[in-house]
Design a protein around this ligand. Structure first.
Ligand code: GDP
Length: 296
């Protein structure tokens, strides 16, 4: 995970440590390299610019240069700023407040890992003592409903019995009534994905949002697609006002461009990350731990 970044930061920091005393020029040189590394990692251009500026402001301060371990201080500044970039200190917990059943809506492009994430989330919620109902609301992709039903069977978590000829909004509304009657406290809505964002897809998602008033509207985005994932997040956010992002396939992402840009570009936090194909490979996202991990 994000191994390229770790390797490159490591080599920049080795050089810094090698200097002993640091001059402002040493720091500027390191920051030039940090900038390149982040751009190579496919981090959004403006995000890189702001990040480097923030580090520069703190790192060329006299306190850092005069300290006994200036290189360590600079590294700490980079770590802090990386954490901040990814939302450290902000509340990124899922919100289940309000009268049950609470709806959690997952949306995203086809192949991003939406259906898998619905299953993973259901398992996680059950472990947290909630009682989730999976709701297949993708009536376009053949087998999408069956795929979620299979996931549900595998996890022994109930799946609402949608049919492909139903309207997705009607499915979600009927599932909510079913949940009310049967004591399920959380609806996990697996909405339709498309290969590309289009007006029909968005219109449908907006209708589901208006009807179900989900507490969480989470974009499922594939980390391996870098800036594309960031652009997708920005478009979905514009139409739906996302509450957060589930960033999938982080296990296979060596570069980290999406992980480092999504929050800064959209203002919406990464709440959960997918770290593998298995159903238990979903974790709460901790920006501080991720920053620590990137810096090795
Ligand atoms: P959907 O079209 O968005 O519903 O995507 P799927 O849930 O069908 O997932 C597409 C593929 O991505 C499947 O092969 C999943 O196993 C895989 N996948 C989903 N999440 C992850 C993840 O976090 N890591 C890895 N390595 N694969 C994932």
């Amino acid at each position: 995970m994000l191994d390229n970044l770790t390797e490159k930061f490591d080599s920049i920091f080795k050089k810094l440590r090698g200097h002993g005393r640091l001059t402002e020029e040493n720091i500027k040189e390191a920051l030039r390299e940090v900038r390149l590394v982040l751009l190579e990692a496919d981090v959004n251009f403006k995000v890189v610019k702001d990040f480097v500026e923030a580090v520069r402001e703190r790192a060329v301060g006299q306190d850092v240069l005069k300290s006994l371990t200036p290189a360590q201080q600079v590294i700490k500044v980079v770590r802090d700023e990386l954490g901040r970039l990814m939302g450290e200190g902000e509340d990124n917990r899922l919100d289940f407040g309000g009268r049950p059943p609470v709806a959690v809506m997952l949306c995203g492009l086809q192949g991003a890992g939406k259906t898998t994430s619905c299953g993973k989330l259901a398992l996680k919620l059950r472990r947290d003592k909630r009682n989730p109902l999976l709701v297949p609301a993708d009536v376009y992709r053949p087998a999408a409903i069956d795929q979620l039903k299979t996931v549900g069977r595998q996890l022994d978590i109930p799946v609402y019995d949608s049919q492909p000829d139903q309207d997705p909004v009607a499915i979600c509304e009927a599932a909510r009534r079913f949940a009310e009657l049967n004591g399920y406290d959380t609806l996990i809505l697996d909405t339709a994905g498309r290969l590309h964002i289009d007006a029909t897809l968005m219109g449908e998602l907006v209708r589901i949002k208006e009807s179900l008033a989900p507490k969480e509207i989470l974009l499922v985005a594939d980390a391996m697609t870098g800036q594309d994932a960031v652009n997708v997040a920005a478009s979905f956010d514009e139409q739906l006002s996302l509450t957060g992002v589930i960033l999938t396939k982080l296990d296979g992402d060596a570069r980290g461009g999406a992980a480092l840009s999504i929050r800064a570009v959209t203002g919406k936090p990464i709440k959960l990350v997918g770290l593998g194909e298995k159903m238990d490979a979903l974790e709460v996202f901790h920006p501080d731990r991720m920053a620590q991990r990137i810096l090795g």
